[in-house]
Write a protein that binds this ligand. Sequence first.
Ligand code: NAD
Length: 494
Amino acid sequence: MHTIEHWINGTATAAGSTRTAPVYDPATGRQRAAVLLAEASDVDTAVAAASKAFESWGNSSLSRRAKVMFAFRELLVKHEDELARIISGEHGKVVDDARGEIVRGREVVEYACGIADALKGSFSDQVSRDVDVHNFRQPLGVVAGITPFNFPIMVPSWMHPMAIATGNTFILKPSERDPSVSALYAELYAEAGLPEGVFNVVNGDKVAVDAILDHPDIAAVSFVGSTPIAKYVHERGTAAGKRVQALGGAKNHAVVLPDADLEYAAGHLTAAAFGSAGQRCMAISVGVAVGPAGDKLVEILGRKAREVKVGPGTDPASDMGPVVTQAARERVVNAVARGAEQGASVVVDGRGLTVAGHEDGFFVGPSLLDRVTPDMQAYQEEIFGPVLAIVRAGSVDEAIEIINANPYGNGTAIFTASGEAARRFQREVKVGMIGVNVPIPVPMSYYSFGGWKDSLIGDSPIHGPEGIRFYTRAKVVTTRWPHTEAAFNFPTAN
Ligand code: NAD
């Protein structure tokens, strides 16, 4: 059985690790590899390599960093198919969807290609007589990223291109469920000319995470994953004196007003709820049907949910693959059962689905629950699977109240033909990323990504301008040439 190693100081290595975890092919249910799980001493080894590399990378020129990013970007294009197939084989998502995440991750690399512009400071001439002020930003040192299973390329790419282009060295702790693409990423960075020790991968579980959080030589930690772990990482990392950005879970609502094109809205809701088997942090898991939109919307959604083709991610005919593990499958099945027990009406039931030839795969079909209310578990829990819950609301104001009462605030969308309603919605809703007739409003790389409330612990969204800020520290320099007589009064502009 293939063993997935770490990547430290420019080479694949087992370091001192002996523990492993199984990595499955979700479409067959069979184990395809074992991944090494790092001990704290392995994290020490990676930090030592990254600290050494920082001595020169932190002083490298902007042109050199941009050059590596341009070369890396070209390699990502060249290896897109290979990367997409690796993702599909361990995550389960369809290959085309995997390509989508590669492209979205690559866009952050493209933003990082413009680091010379993005890192420019500012200059104020003559703030006082003969005095000028300028500012600039410097890298932090060794920084780390801890990432979830659901976007094994895109989410780490929100972090490392930004961290590396700003002059830091980076340690990635990817999800232990689909770690293989990170090894190929490390090889591609090396081929692009990135020096040894600048990008490192340490595979592992809580042991590795805790070692990262406690390590005195790691200056900052970026985390993306579920809310309980995001809170834990933020608390422990900041207690150890680190800068921490921690993005958590979600329950994303799409509001459909009666004036919307219901066929269009239902098509987009179906894709946003069931694409990637609902395992996207921006997946729509709640539809809020307003007034008379409700019955017709549920009828169209039911038809479209039944048409979703479920099969292995490598089959081009599949719209949706399996979920990532058997435990995830059971969580989805139980959530639908509890919804039914608590009074939701099960319009489409995906629990019994089997895929011929893949009977042991972690498949579960799309489920549509209607007349869900906010007191039901199916509404409150982040199911993270192909389940769409429909809540009925009397007005757009009631829909906004429902969303604002929810503890999460990652993404939301409104489907409407009314500019007035859309404007009111975007101004009043307590959510970080908003779509108007766009179901999954993931910001482009030159904006920043981040939710509100329990979807973002701490105050720092990720990538784009916020990424530049997160991975650097500012200095402001006040300069006087030539020398003038010192005065004893407190300096003021004159
Ligand atoms: P997870 O929280 O289980 O794992 C995330 C990372 O934390 C992994 O690297 C894992 O090894 C580590 N981890 C897990 N348990 C830990 C523990 N007890 N102590 C220390 N580290 C631990 O998340 P997941 O199941 O891999 O991913 C799905 C979750 O991620 C969902 O909640 C989803 O909404 C969220 N997510 C959020 C965003 C966002 O942008 N807000 C993006 C993608 C995924």
